[in-house]
Write a new protein. Structure first.
Lengths: 111, 114
């Protein structure tokens, strides 16, 4: 069974810092790796999806990488802003019916 | 564009009652799924469907039923509610390919069973 771990569990940074969130997974036969953002009381919003054949994806200030051999993905956020404060989750799995989510990283960006 | 719509937003049930959580999407997505989110447990897959008429069990299916009679709708039925089913329930959908189609989530239903 795929296991997904996110480190750190919580992170607090001043506005403007660049930061990295980590996601590790145990089964390298991954279907895809997705990063999500969840605001309090809301559903998850997809940020980036990396297919198993890809190494990275970028969207604005966000960049996500995937290294299947080491079982790791990182989400890089450049020039963080208070509006980036949220919980960030990653998911990986070997098929649509076997997606596993990490516990999430709670990010606080203070002015 | 509404995306994925879940109703109700909040529900309180007594032990033994039954109810249906509704989920509808307007993106013509083939794949739909139900998750529950619990503190310390993360998101866990309950049931999923890869198309109308096709459903399958996820990680925690016991106590729940689903059906998929149309592409748009994927209701989740609680047969006889138990306190262990107190949770936040999320419905999600993605496109036909699944592999390169991101998951779209609804805003959740917060269920309390007393």
């Amino acid at each position: 069974k795929q296991e997904v771990t996110q480190i750190p569990a919580a992170l607090s940074v001043p506005e403007g810092e660049n930061l990295v969130l980590n996601c590790s997974f145990t089964d390298s036969a991954i279907y895809n790796l997705q990063w999500f953002r969840q605001d309090p009381g809301k559903g998850l919003t997809s940020l980036l999806l990396i297919q198993s054949s890809q190494r990275e994806q970028t969207s604005g200030r966000l960049n996500a990488s995937l290294d299947k051999s080491s079982g790791r993905s990182t989400l890089y956020i450049a020039a963080s802003q208070p509006g980036d404060s949220a919980t960030y989750l990653c998911s990986g799995g070997t098929s649509y019916g076997k997606l596993t989510f990490g516990q999430g990283t709670i990010l606080t960006v203070h002015p | 564009n509404a995306g994925v719509t879940q109703t109700p937003k909040f529900q309180v049930l007594k032990t033994g009652q039954s109810m249906t959580l509704q989920c509808a999407q307007d993106m013509n997505h083939e794949y739909m799924s139900w998750y529950r989110q619990d503190p310390g447990m993360g998101l866990r897959l309950i049931h999923y469907s890869v198309g109308a008429g096709i459903t399958d069990q996820g990680e925690v299916p016991n106590g729940y039923n689903v059906s998929r009679s149309t592409t748009e709708d994927f209701p989740l039925r609680l047969l006889s509610a138990a306190p262990s089913q107190t949770s936040v329930y999320f419905c999600a959908s993605s496109g036909r390919t699944g592999r390169d189609s991101p998951l779209h989530f609804g805003n959740g239903t917060r269920l309390t069973v007393t």
